[in-house]
Design a protein around this ligand. Structure first.
Ligand code: TGC
Ligand code: FAD
Length: 388
């Protein structure tokens, strides 16, 4: 495989601090050296290479942006670059880190008690514990407000009953953040997965995101002390506040996947000959490369601006929706175009493009589908809701 050359047509690099470049390069090198040799095997097997978790933790990327203890406190742009480099390796790798940081550590950090923070954040940062985030249910995906999972008070305890579906890391998690209605109000619960009544059967048979564990969560009379509830989260705004963090990471991440496809196809076009000339010498082939690089560049620039707004504390959820929607759509189109440019080789696992293409179908779907972000933005632009 040719050495990876990240496309950067508008010199985004020149806008980064030395520290941001160092963080980016450390993750880029780790992905090249440690992840790329194992990813195809993991994807074929349908498993996440858990043995690499300590190395990920060593890189400081698990919740590394949170202001807690001796965490590295990565800035928003540095954190985004980490996501970009991880997803260059595979969306499943970025998903693992996103869920752990943005969907498990973030809610504990933002909404949790000091006891919850001290019990879980250090272990999750060091990779000693793995977490998952249970919002989606079999009958409530885009409309999580309709969830049926219930919490009922019983003396000093709460008892949870219900089911979650499509939960990343579910079967390998030590702790689950479970969202459930208590007296009709959505609340978050920190559930150790060894609690009696909790189970997480793995969902097999995915054509996408195969190097990532996806599971149901089944909660049957799961009894917890009332202190397991996140005190600072009340209503749908609780989980949605976490999704803002994860969607931010996805907008950056999918650029990495698109960059990987582009890099692969540019090399391929320069090296494969048809009609006695390199493929890359044909106008149609070049037009496709230009289209892909233009879309990558636009997404890179939007992400950089988004990151700077986040650092300034002025980023809105609507800006995050636009970036997530735009980047996922474009990355998937780029992956499909690149797959076409590889001809028959594009369906072989010797090349990575089709793996990215299949993954991006999930990434476009989770954390709010393309259409849901369209409706979120449509409501923001017009003041009129088209959800129902
Ligand atoms: P709506 O009336 O809009 O809002 C209800 C309350 O929530 C507040 N809110 C937000 N707060 C923070 N951030 C946001 N982005 C927020 N959006 C809304 C809102 O202010 C309101 O608060 P309050 O105090 O007034 O009650 O609610 P709605 O029911 O009309 O619809 C909301 C809708 C459709 C936009 C939302 O439900 C949505 O985003 N649906 C998509 C669901 C989704 O994204 N699920 C993701 C599951 S997790 C996942 O996929 C992980 S993949 C991980 C991986 O592997 O990487
Ligand atoms: P639905 O909501 O049933 O939507 C189906 C289609 O209808 C979509 O095209 C949608 O855009 C469209 N639609 C829905 N409502 C409207 C409307 N009002 N107007 C017009 N069109 C509409 N969830 C978690 O909680 N935690 C996780 O860790 C997690 N990981 C995931 C990992 C993978 C690999 C996948 C695929 C999903 C994961 N999810 C997770 C679930 C994900 O967030 C949901 O799949 C997503 O929110 C969409 O919900 P749904 O699949 O039920 O689709």
């Amino acid at each position: 495989m040719a050495k990876y050359q990240a496309p950067d047509f508008f010199d985004v690099d020149g806008e980064l601090s030395e520290e941001e470049r160092m963080v980016r390069d450390a993750v880029r090198d780790w992905v090249s050296d440690r992840w790329m040799p194992v990813v195809e095997h993991a994807y074929r097997e349908g498993s996440f290479p858990k043995e690499l978790i300590p190395e990920l933790a060593e890189l400081g990327v698990l919740g590394g942006n949170l202001d807690y203890g001796d965490f590295p406190r990565l800035g928003a742009v540095a954190y985004g670059l980490v996501m970009q480099e991880l997803e260059r390796g595979d969306s499943g790798l970025r998903s693992f880190v996103s869920v752990q940081g943005a969907l498990v550590m973030y809610p504990i950090w933002r909404y949790g008690s000091d006891e919850q923070k001290d019990a879980w954040l250090p272990k999750l940062h060091s990779g000693e514990a793995i977490g998952c985030f249970g919002l989606t249910e079999p009958d409530h995906g885009s409309d999580p407000g309709g969830m049926e999972t219930k919490a009922v008070r019983d003396g000093d305890d709460v008892v949870l009953n219900g089911a979650k579906m499509w939960i990343t890391n579910g079967s390998v998690a030590d702790v689950a953040i479970v969202w459930a209605k208590l007296d009709g109000e959505i609340r978050g619960f920190v559930v150790p997965t060894n609690t009696p009544g909790f189970s997480a059967p793995e969902q097999r048979g995915k054509h996408s995101l195969r190097a990532s564990v996806t599971s149901e969560l089944v909660l049957q009379d799961v009894r917890l002390p009332a202190s397991a509830m996140l005190p600072g989260a009340k209503g749908l705004g609780g989980p949605l506040g976490c999704l803002n963090q994860a969607r931010y990471g996805i907008a950056w991440g999918v650029v990495g996947a698109a960059q990987a496809c582009f890099d692969e196809v540019r090399n391929y076009g320069l090296n494969r000959t048809q009609f006695d000339k390199p493929l890359a010498s044909f106008q149609l082939y070049q037009a496709k490369l230009v289209e892909s690089l233009s879309e990558i560049t636009k997404a890179q620039l939007m992400n950089l601006r988004m990151g700077r707004l986040k650092e300034a504390g002025t980023l809105t959820p609507f800006q995050v929706s636009m970036a997530k929607r735009n980047a996922c759509h474009d990355a998937l189109e780029i992956a499909r175009r690149c797959r076409d440019q590889l001809g028959a080789n594009g369906v072989a696992d010797e090349y990575q493009t089709m793996r990215h293409m299949c993954n991006l179908e999930s990434v476009k779907t989770y954390e709010g589908t393309h259409d849901i972000h369209t409706l979120i933005l449509g409501r923001q632009i017009t003041g009129l809701s088209a959800f129902s």
